[in-house]
Design a protein around this ligand. Structure first.
Ligand code: NAP
Length: 320
């Protein structure tokens, strides 16, 4: 089978297509014939050597994917050959024609959800769910600002929050992005490049401030976020690409919390819980992953450049 391999950490161009041995499932494992693999910003951090605990070259990148079960190993109880599944984490990496997983790293992909959409679930919806419900404990009736709603995580967050009964305010940097965020269920949409845009939150919340902020670019926004929170508000830091100075008094007066979010810390129980919610949402139509671009597997390097550019407008996937 063909797979992308990383022989050494480096720029996107280290992603090279190779012929490698077919995969064989061991006890409790399955092999999935990959129809689409999700490209996440974290894949680029790992490839560049930033997260050296996450992978050691040579390796096949990719956390997310979707496809059809091609083989099952002994002791597999819940999957059969031919099942449509999405993959969230794996033993071997998803950027290939096949991926080796434990059966619990695969989840049913309901009819009507495409493989590309299936490849858009694991990390983006996982981060959004962990931030909203497992860290910020967001509740129906609260208001959430999804700060950076037009990307993979942000659109997942908009759909999850809307389905859970929150009032959703999203931000995006372009007209096209704002239209997508609105179409995916945000009640209001702001432009995060417009000067003073967060000042509008006071009006939108009758002066209270927002209960929860999901932050995709904390190094730019965290200081201002603290001033936009209601009493008891929470900022969940999902993404940050640098340092920032904050005034702790903005948190004191509001008894606000700044919560770090790392999907890597999710326990098996946390993961089982979020994936049960995702499968239910895919089945009932409240979760509809937005795929913006598909690249052939051989063009993984171009996909890694694209995922770090502005205006991703949803998920970038690779097609083997
Ligand atoms: P993405 O698809 O590239 O989306 C990036 C988002 O950031 C877009 O909505 C973009 O909006 C927005 N953005 C750009 N400038 C902004 C600004 N000044 N203020 C607020 N938002 C801004 O990436 P993603 O997959 O959604 O991931 C988002 C971030 O979360 C990344 O940094 C990623 O590494 C991180 N992440 C963390 C975890 C975790 O476990 N902590 C898991 C997954 C992802 P426009 O393009 O419309 O300007």
């Amino acid at each position: 089978m063909k797979a992308i391999r990383v022989a050494q950490f480096g720029p996107p161009e280290v992603l090279a297509l190779h012929e490698v041995a077919d995969l064989e499932p061991g006890p409790g494992q399955v092999v999935v014939a990959v129809k689409a693999a999700g490209v996440n910003p974290v894949d680029t951090y790992i490839r560049s050597g930033l997260y050296q605990h996450a992978a050691a070259p040579p390796y096949t990148p990719g956390i997310d994917g979707a496809g059809v079960i091609a083989a099952v190993g002994p002791e597999v109880k819940h999957r059969r050959v031919g099942d449509r599944v999405y993959v969230a984490w794996s033993v071997s990496g998803t950027y290939g024609e096949q991926v080796l997983c434990t059966e619990f790293q695969t989840h049913p992909l309901p009819e009507g959800v495409t493989f590309s959409q299936g490849a858009a679930i694991g990390v983006p919806y996982g981060a959004a769910y962990r931030a909203l419900f497992q860290r910020a404990h967001a509740c129906a009736g609260e208001t959430v600002l999804v700060h950076g709603a037009s990307g993979g995580v942000g659109l997942g967050a908009v759909q999850l929050a809307r389905a859970a009964g929150l009032r959703v305010i999203g931000t995006a940097g372009t007209d096209q992005g704002r239209a997508v965020v609105q179409a995916q269920g945000a009640h209001q949409v702001l432009n995060h490049h417009e000067p003073g845009y967060l000042d509008k939150l006071a009006d939108l919340t009758c002066g209270r401030g927002v209960d929860v902020i999901l932050e995709m670019l904390a190094n730019v926004n965290l200081a201002k976020d603290l001033t936009a929170l209601a009493t008891g508000g929470r900022v969940a830091v999902i993404g940050s690409r640098g340092r920032i100075e904050i005034d702790p008094r903005d948190a004191m007066g509001r008894e606000a919390s700044i919560l770090g979010v790392t999907l890597y810390n999710a326990t098996p129980q946390d993961l089982a819980s979020m994936h049960a919610a995702f499968v239910a949402g895919l089945e009932n139509g409240t979760l509809r992953p937005v795929v913006s671009r598909e690249f052939p597997l051989a063009e993984a390097a171009a996909a890694h450049h694209a995922v770090m550019e502005a205006n991703t407008l949803g998920k970038i996937v690779l097609i083997p």
